[in-house]
Ligand binder design. Structure first.
Ligand code: MG
Length: 254
């Protein structure tokens, strides 16, 4: 069932999205070799709580932290740790969500730790571009798989592969709501997009076409080959006349 959002709920999501984007910006500014992933989790939780919000991920199905901190071959759900350090040349994916005034917002980005190689740079560019190509399909009357198709074809055209085991999702009073939004597939399928829908669109892309694996901690998802992976996500709401990317900071407008 799709929970359509009221104008009041959309207004809250827009405020929450702006707050979350500013927090993620602050985390990204602190990325440098030698910092632990725990450092980012501590800072994230402090900033989320200072904003009068609650970390969406903490306690979700027993997840122990406020962010996912995933390095290199880790696709998503990396658990922050005092024993994981960022190193020069890593790609570092931070996924973060908050709950405030009853509504969740969710976003992710991948950043370079110092200088990264050309492939890593290219994957980050393609990952971000595929997210925006998906977002462009969020229009009243389009179908859900138009988003999936736009993302998948962008990634494949660049010679990378989308992760198929994990998907984007509806979002609102719950962190994960219907519908699921795969990052691949033919266009023109699934439900029609309509005002009041709120979607977290999140391409996860990787260098190999092998299935992903879950590590012994039962959370961390890694690529099948050990090759690189990147992850980008925004929360988008569809109003009566346009799609609004709520997880943008400052004065940026979609
Ligand atoms: Mg998400």
């Amino acid at each position: 069932m799709i929970a359509l959002k009221t104008p009041a709920e959309i207004a809250i999501m827009r405020e929450n999205g702006r707050i979350l984007a500013q927090i993620l910006d602050k985390l990204c500014e602190k990325v440098r070799p030698g910092r632990t992933t725990q450092f980012f989790d501590n800072l994230a939780e402090m900033l989320i709580r200072e904003a009068g919000a609650v970390p969406s991920f903490k306690g979700y199905s027993g997840y122990p932290a406020s962010i996912n901190a995933s390095i290199n071959e880790e696709v998503v759900h990396g658990i922050p740790s005092l024993e994981r350090w960022l190193e020069e040349g890593d790609v570092f994916s931070i996924d973060i969500g908050l709950l405030r005034n009853g509504m969740h917002v969710d976003m992710a980005t991948t950043v370079a730790v110092g200088n990264v190689d050309d492939i890593a740079r290219q994957m980050m560019d393609v990952g971000e571009r595929s997210l925006w190509e998906g977002i462009e399909q969020v229009k009243i009357g389009n179908r859900l798989s138009d988003i999936s198709h736009a993302i998948g074809s962008c990634v494949e055209a660049a010679g990378f592969h989308v992760v198929k085991e994990y998907v984007g999702h509806g979002i609102g009073k719950a962190l994960h709501e219907d519908p699921q939004i795969p990052n691949y597939g033919p266009p023109g399928h699934g439900m029609r997009l309509r005002p009041g829908m709120a979607l977290a669109i999140e391409p996860m892309i990787k260098i190999d076409s092998l299935p992903t694996q879950v590590q012994a901690d039962r959370w961390t998802v890694v690529t099948g080959s050990g090759g690189l992976s990147v992850h980008f996500e925004h929360t988008i709401v569809l109003t009566d006349d346009r799609a609004v990317v709520v997880t943008l900071g400052g004065d940026e407008k979609a």
